[in-house]
Design a protein around this ligand. Structure first.
Ligand SMILES: [Zn+2]
Length: 221
């Protein structure tokens, strides 16, 4: 067990330890219904500890709603079974310029405080022999966002998957997002947001990054 100062420090500095989401080997021993039951039980204890009366009509269903929301909605992306099928196609048009998919909604949660991270992802790649259906990029972002996350790791997980699926290093992922744990607690800054950029291949070159940033800056509303 870490001391409390270190716990706060890791949270406020949003330090992440690994590209992979840290999961227990037993992560999927329980099915969704069993997880909902367990979380429901423990969340009712949290509410009781806070002094809330769970016999009140308005509160009695909250532990179940909370548990179902965690397992089926906010954190569905923890389970690899929920990963979207990312079919790719042959690049028949031989399109080999930059393809940019932008303004993809980010709906995530910070793993240090379990509070929302909201914003947008902008992603580009330069196809080699394979192309991907555009909505599949959105689905992949949605999947990785629906885990307890750190923004840096979210960017990397999306990048690495796209590089593998598309069989090219030429991918760039930029995320700009607000963290509720920064705006509503701690420093309580309502306006700041965080931008992360991860890339490989030709995007190591400044000219490619600039072309991407120009497109994003000039066309994103
Ligand atoms: Zn946080």
């Amino acid at each position: 067990m870490m001391n409390k100062d270190l716990i706060e420090n890791i949270g406020d500095n949003h330090i992440s330890s690994n590209v992979n989401t840290p999961l227990l080997p037993t992560a999927f021993d329980k099915n969704d219904d069993e997880k909902i039951k367990t979380i429901q039980h423990h969340f009712s204890k949290i509410m009781e500890t806070l002094g809330l009366d769970l016999t009140d009509d308005s509160l009695s269903g909250t532990p179940y709603r909370f548990a179902k929301m965690y397992v089926k909605e906010l954190f569905y992306g923890l389970n690899p079974e929920n990963k979207p099928k990312l079919s790719v196609f042959e690049n028949k048009y031989s399109y080999n310029k930059m393809l940019v998919e932008q303004n993809i909604t980010i709906d995530s949660s910070c793993e240090h405080h379990f509070l929302p991270i909201t914003g947008h992802a902008h992603i580009a790649y330069i196809p080699k022999d394979k192309v991907i259906g555009l909505s599949k990029i959105n689905r992949l972002v949605d999947y990785y966002a629906h885990r307890p996350q750190v923004q840096e790791r979210l960017s990397l997980q999306i990048l690495k998957d796209l590089q593998t699926i598309l069989n090219t290093e030429d991918v760039i992922v930029m995320i700009a997002a607000k963290h509720l744990c920064v705006s509503s607690r701690g420093i309580k800054d309502k306006d700041s947001f965080t931008t992360t950029i991860e890339y490989g291949g030709c995007f190591e070159k400044k000219a490619y990054r600039n072309e991407f940033l120009n497109i994003v800056n000039n066309t994103t509303k």
